[in-house]
Design a protein around this ligand. Sequence first.
Ligand SMILES: *[C@@H]1O[C@H](CO)[C@@H](O)[C@H](O)[C@H]1NC(C)=O
Ligand SMILES: *[C@@H]1O[C@H](CO)[C@@H](O)[C@H](O)[C@H]1NC(C)=O
Ligand SMILES: *[C@@H]1O[C@H](CO)[C@@H](O)[C@H](O)[C@H]1NC(C)=O
Ligand SMILES: *[C@@H]1O[C@H](CO)[C@@H](O)[C@H](O)[C@H]1NC(C)=O
Ligand SMILES: *[C@@H]1O[C@H](CO)[C@@H](O)[C@H](O)[C@H]1NC(C)=O
Ligand SMILES: *[C@@H]1O[C@H](CO)[C@@H](O)[C@H](O)[C@H]1NC(C)=O
Ligand SMILES: *[C@@H]1O[C@H](CO)[C@@H](O)[C@H](O)[C@H]1NC(C)=O
Ligand SMILES: *[C@@H]1O[C@H](CO)[C@@H](O)[C@H](O)[C@H]1NC(C)=O
Length: 482
Amino acid sequence: MKLTTTILLVTSFFTSSTVADQVDDALQARLRKTLTDLEAIARQNGDNRAAGYPGYRASLDYMKKQIDTRFANSYTTWIQEFQFPVYNVTLETLKGPDGDDVIVKTPNWSANTTGITGSLFDTPVSANGSMCTLAAWDGLDPTGKIAFIQRGTCSVSSKARFAKEKGAIAVIIYNQPSNTTLTMRPSVELDSDRGVLPVGLVTREVGEAWKQRLVAGEDLKVTLAAHNTVNSVTSWNLLAQSRTGDPNNAILSGAHLDSVPEGPGIEDNGSGSAALLEVIDALSKYTEHKNALQFAWWGAEELGLLGSDHYVNSLTEAEAAKLKLYFNYDMVGAIGPDVEFGIQPKNITDNGPAKRMVASLEAAGIKPYLAEGAGNSDYAPFQAAGFPFVSLYAGGNKTGECYHTACDDITVIGFDTLALSVKAATYALEGIINSLEGVPLRRPRLQSRTVTPATMPKRLARRDSHAHHQHSSGCAHSASPI
Ligand SMILES: *[C@@H]1O[C@H](CO)[C@@H](O)[C@H](O)[C@H]1NC(C)=O
Ligand SMILES: *[C@@H]1O[C@H](CO)[C@@H](O)[C@H](O)[C@H]1NC(C)=O
Ligand SMILES: *[C@@H]1O[C@H](CO)[C@@H](O)[C@H](O)[C@H]1NC(C)=O
Ligand SMILES: *[C@@H]1O[C@H](CO)[C@@H](O)[C@H](O)[C@H]1NC(C)=O
Ligand SMILES: *[C@@H]1O[C@H](CO)[C@@H](O)[C@H](O)[C@H]1NC(C)=O
Ligand SMILES: *[C@@H]1O[C@H](CO)[C@@H](O)[C@H](O)[C@H]1NC(C)=O
Ligand SMILES: *[C@@H]1O[C@H](CO)[C@@H](O)[C@H](O)[C@H]1NC(C)=O
Ligand SMILES: *[C@@H]1O[C@H](CO)[C@@H](O)[C@H](O)[C@H]1NC(C)=O
């Protein structure tokens, strides 16, 4: 994903010598210890710490033990459990009219069938969306047949729903003219989409060839098989709250603890998780403070911010009124020399804590850039619910190359960067530990936040990295076939 040019882009280059005076050896040693331990946990658990896999729970138990031993007198911890569905397509085949095997993708919500055979029923193509309304079916009767529809404009599931209503037994969707590849699988849209009809998606080439034969009057019989499973998986958020401070005025700082299944996730997001521990440590010199400090290690971020979403959605209005600000740390320890720090949101005019974070980095000779959030990290559910937030990011090319892969290990961590992130976070918190002056008020909840689990690109702040280019296609999802 690329930032638009309207975003203030100030690249900051720094070398280890210019930050040498910022470096706190003991802090870096503790950060290294935490991340080494997290990597060992990944290595002992199939090389990952992903939600739904054993390495995640082991990471959570480890982190809880760290807090319970290091900060037993100043913090209490608890675990919040949540469930999420994992869908899996277990069968998808399509026999073409000539008995050939045609490449097909089925949505996770497709109705199950071991094989349904029928004649294709051709439907008109419309520039403003093919078969996107029930009215588009006026005068057409697909009863007992397999509706053959061009993709685009409205969701695959709404096309399927209208076709079902008119009596079709299955649906084959072919790509729009602009698209010949077939890699994007429509995700679950609504629970009510599940099982609407058996649905298969084919390429533009296949669609065009069949369309010509249908227009020529041929009867094309195809056989579609589709099967999917849904399993409920349990994951957990870890939370900690200071024993001192008024819980009616709480400041929450969070990082996600899970990795993707592809790797140990030491930068993403072991880095934020380790940083939070050291922020607690740095603030432990304040034995008394007016406001309560809360810390969260989120689960299942990589599957679509599920842990933080669950947390925000399970807050009652009374509980939400107690939360004054959310800080997010996700990928905050890139290795140099090309590290750049980013802060969200873009407009921090009335955001005192964000300004303090900027000031802390500037004091270390670093000019962070300010960017609008793209909703791809755990601040998004808080932002959508109207909470003021500050999100810190520190990325670099080396780290970017290992984004979401097996090489996201301790060798891509810049401990000087991570230490600077800890200091900036600590400085921002120190400013509001006793007074909420400068903290913006909560805004009304936004209408909706749309997240496409698992397909959503991770974050705005990452730019120009090679690794990110493959993710950048995700930015076009809303414009791509749906
Ligand atoms: C749908 O299933 C595929 C595996 O076939 C999986 O990769 C994808 O994440 C699933 N989508 C959702 C929304 O769960
Ligand atoms: C999904 O289904 C495929 C095919 O049956 C299987 O190999 C794979 O292990 C399943 N994945 C999950 C996460 O259940
Ligand atoms: C779509 O376009 C057709 C003509 O191509 C028009 O008759 C119809 O009203 C349009 N529908 C919508 C919803 O704009
Ligand atoms: C074509 O489809 C692929 C995979 O679904 C998608 O990544 C790409 O953005 C699409 N291209 C266009 C022009 O829609
Ligand atoms: C298909 O069957 C499996 C059980 O084999 C079930 O888990 C899944 O929900 C079914 N899919 C739909 C869309 O009903
Ligand atoms: C780790 O945290 C950083 C910053 O908080 C975030 O940008 C990144 O997306 C997180 N990693 C993952 C895997 O979500
Ligand atoms: C990082 O990547 C950008 C874009 O690819 C490039 O312009 C820059 O020179 C790279 N920095 C380093 C230190 O390699
Ligand atoms: C930034 O926020 C301030 C305070 O809310 C507001 O007055 C100002 O108009 C905003 N600036 C921009 C460019 O949106």
